[in-house]
Design a protein around this ligand. Structure first.
Ligand SMILES: C[S@@+](CC[C@H](N)C(=O)[O-])C[C@H]1O[C@@H](n2cnc3c(N)ncnc32)[C@H](O)[C@@H]1O
Length: 287
């Protein structure tokens, strides 16, 4: 991402989470009342002018909303399960405009740490202030590519993180934007601040050796590259369990977004996500 500019992809996903409100109640599986505050002024204007039908005509719009519904629901469920099991610490690594700390009542007694690039974090804090929303999150500014990740555990501890209590790390929509050294350093950092019983919930792009990138994924790749946030990283799902095991995590669950969409959404909405979409949501436990 660009050093001086808040992440545009963070804006896109937050807007898509918020625009889930345009779906009928009986279909919607996730809600984000804060997402639209981060949308572009063009999108906000269309909403203000009550012209959501125009929005619905934007290319890929329905698919994008459906995709974010599925991803948000799976990760919100990971949060609920973690809290139900007694967890009370969540780290949003590359938090972007994720407002779980504000929007999930399940987190009322938990501490949420948001780690992100200063440009994105600054924009988030400014936007929340503008709309009069006070987040209980604790902010830690970080550039994953340039700042030593082995300092993260200490920095979190300074913000109040208890290394001896289980932590759920949500690494949502981030791994694909990082270089291999940043991925390795981030996983080592997560392992360092996560005691046994901690969890890592993440999204990733599947990259299978010898398999051609699908047209659907190439379209997304072109769109994010155009705004200066190109995809850089992915895992082969077959190799992920061993990869994580070597780094102190046991893979507990791994599902492709299209597969999850067909389990969670009505077929007409699920079908807007191409079967060839390469995105996955995975859950791993600290061993
Ligand atoms: C697609 S957004 C996802 C945001 C959020 N997790 C969500 O799902 O709504 C990618 C996030 O990764 C962060 N990011 C990307 N590269 C980064 C870097 N080198 N250092 C810190 N944060 C970075 C961006 O600031 C942005 O918040």
């Amino acid at each position: 991402m660009r050093d001086d500019t808040p992440s545009r992809t963070a804006q896109w996903v937050a807007a898509a989470r918020g625009l889930g409100m345009l779906l009928p109640d009986d279909v919607r599986i996730a809600d984000d009342p804060f997402g639209v505050a981060f949308a572009s002024t063009r999108v906000q204007r269309m909403l203000d002018e009550r012209r959501p039908t125009l929005l619905a005509q934007l290319p890929g719009f329905k698919s994008w909303i459906a995709y974010m519904q599925v991803r948000t629901k799976l990760l919100d469920d990971a949060v609920r399960n973690f809290v139900d099991a007694g967890g009370h610490q969540v780290v949003l690594l590359g938090a972007g405009f994720d407002c779980r700390a504000l929007r999930m009542p399940e987190l009322a007694d938990a501490v949420v740490y948001e780690v992100d690039h200063p440009a994105t974090q600054g924009h988030k804090r400014g936007t929340l202030e503008r709309i009069g929303a006070e987040s209980p999150a604790r902010y830690v500014s970080w550039d994953f590519e340039t700042r030593a990740m082995d300092e993260l555990a200490d920095e979190l501890a300074e913000a109040g993180h208890e290394a001896a209590a289980p932590t759920l790390t949500i690494w949502e929509g981030v791994t694909m934007y990082l270089t291999e050294p940043a991925i390795e350093a981030s996983l080592a950092a997560i392992a360092a601040y996560s005691c046994a019983g901690s969890q890592l919930a993440m999204t990733y792009q599947a990259k299978v050796p010898g398999q051609k990138t699908s047209f659907a994924t190439r379209l997304v790749q072109a769109a994010v590259a155009r705004i200066g946030e190109p995809f850089k990283w992915g895992w082969d799902p077959a190799a992920l369990p061993a990869y994580l095991e070597e780094r102190g995590f046991a893979l507990a669950d791994d599902v492709s977004t299209p597969e999850a969409a067909h389990a969670l959404l009505p077929p007409d909405l699920a079908n807007t996500i191409p079967r060839t979409d390469h995105s996955h949501v995975a859950l791993a436990e600290r061993t």
